[in-house]
Design a protein around this ligand. Structure first.
Ligand code: FAD
Length: 395
């Protein structure tokens, strides 16, 4: 959760938005007395089909029908089927991925084609997985998709914090003792203590919560059991976030109110999602406009090693389809590369977390946390930290 100020534009370079349906983060926001700064984004979004942006409000199912994205029959089927699956899952917690293990037995593509059919899979499910997690439905478990259906069904609002998403970690850090720029290089245990080594310090502790992304945690924590090994081997999707400042607001009637645009794979070259940041919150672009563009996982992997100019050229060419002549309005651009963007939610990850939680006792000394140990988003990461903390408190 990082925000950077560039020429008075506030750029959220990583996590883009929060949800009113994130209970742990919402309670932290309340505790930190920043609730008045926790505000909804524009509810308008768009999905591209046949080269055209179909606009709707995510909080109004009828507007999806009138957007023309789906036929009446597809829209009705989507509503009926989503309700059916919601009814089966209404008691499950949306921030604890281990709770969804019973659905973790098939990939999302196979399940969704069977359950919803082709159009809904390709124009709702696929773009959502690429826009939020930079992964294909073929690579993702149906458990994640079914959990997201519950979040959507409960009409949670997309939210942000004024001043940038980093307001929350910045406020949290005021209450905590944090050592910055101090990379942990090794963790070792004996019967009495855990030793955590950084480049210039050594810390002793009875209990440790290890909350780096899995590939780093796997290098630091070597004495693992089979289930920890499986979780530490979680792979990640990659993406590149391209922020583009524009000299003037986009006043085209199609995009005037939209916060997020998703581009399904049948329509996409590289871009999975475009956000129009003044519609997230006016403070992101007080003058002009700011676009945040996130590329699909496959494009992200390639672009991790591409030059900035090459990335910009392909992105601007693709943007031109939706924002003609955009090139002449660009005032600046910034590229943020994310090699470990999101943990892959392949079939089996929810089951592994469930097994890890059932086998880990408060007597353990190292607890694994972070988004790869839970739901693959900020609230999921927070839930894993809270779970680990509760184990230590019990001990
Ligand atoms: C482009 C993008 C868009 C996203 N959009 C959203 C969104 O809109 N909403 C949402 O909820 N989620 C979003 N996410 C996901 C969200 O950002 C992550 O799920 C969340 O930040 C994971 O939190 P974490 O604490 O597990 O890991 P991180 O936030 O990655 O924190 C891990 C920390 O460990 C530190 N670290 C790493 N190695 C070491 C070491 N050796 N020693 C010491 N410290 C170390 C890192 O510096 C980092 O601070 C997005 C992610 C990306 C990349």
């Amino acid at each position: 959760m990082i925000s950077e100020n560039v020429d008075n534009y506030i750029i959220d370079t990583g996590a883009q938005f929060l949800s009113s349906g994130y209970p742990i983060l919402a309670s932290l926001i309340k505790e930190l007395k920043i609730k008045s700064k926790f505000v909804p984004t524009s509810p308008y979004c768009g999905i591209v089909k046949n080269g055209r942006i179909h606009t709707f409000r995510y909080d109004n199912p009828f507007s999806l029908l009138f957007s023309g994205l789906l036929t009446f029959k597809e829209w009705l089927l989507f509503g009926i089927k989503s309700k059916k699956i919601y009814n089966q899952t209404r008691l499950l917690s949306t921030n604890d991925y281990s709770a969804w293990h019973q659905f973790d037995n098939k990939n999302c593509f196979e399940w969704s084609r069977e359950f919803y059919g082709e159009t809904i899979t390709e124009y709702l499910i696929e773009p959502m997985l690429e826009a939020f997690y930079f992964q294909k439905p073929e690579e993702t478990s149906k458990a994640l998709s079914i959990a997201l259906n519950k979040i959507g069904y409960e009409k949670s609002k997309a939210m942000t914090t004024e001043g940038g998403i980093s307001l929350l970690p910045a406020k949290l850090s005021e209450k905590l003792q944090i050592v910055y720029n101090s990379q942990v290089t090794d963790i070792s245990c004996n019967s009495k203590n855990i030793t955590v080594k950084t480049v210039d310090q050594e810390y002793k502790a009875k209990k440790v919560i290890l909350a780096t992304p899995a590939p780093i945690a796997g290098k630091l924590f070597k004495h693992t059991n089979e289930i920890e090994k499986a979780l530490l081997a979680t792979s990640y999707s990659s993406t590149v976030n391209i922020s583009i400042g524009l000299k003037k607001r986009l006043v085209g009637e199609k995009t005037a109110k939209i916060y997020g645009i998703w581009i399904p794979r049948h329509e996409r070259k590289n871009i999975a999602a475009i956000t129009i940041e003044s519609n997230k919150n006016k403070d992101r672009a007080l003058t002009g406009e700011l676009l945040n563009i996130m590329v699909s996982g496959a494009a992200g992997e390639k672009m991790l090693h591409s030059e900035k100019e090459e990335i910009l050229k392909s992105i601007v060419d693709e943007l031109n389809l939706f924002f003609p002549d955009i090139k002449q309005h660009i005032s600046f651009s910034k590229i943020t590369r994310w090699p470990y963007a999101e943990p892959m939610s392949s079939v089996g990850r929810s089951k592994s977390i469930q097994e890890y939680r059932s086998k880990t006792t408060p007597q353990s000394n190292i607890f694994l946390a972070g988004d790869y140990m839970g739901m693959p988003f900020t609230e999921g990461a927070a839930e894993t930290g809270k779970w680990a903390a509760s184990q230590i408190i019990t001990a």
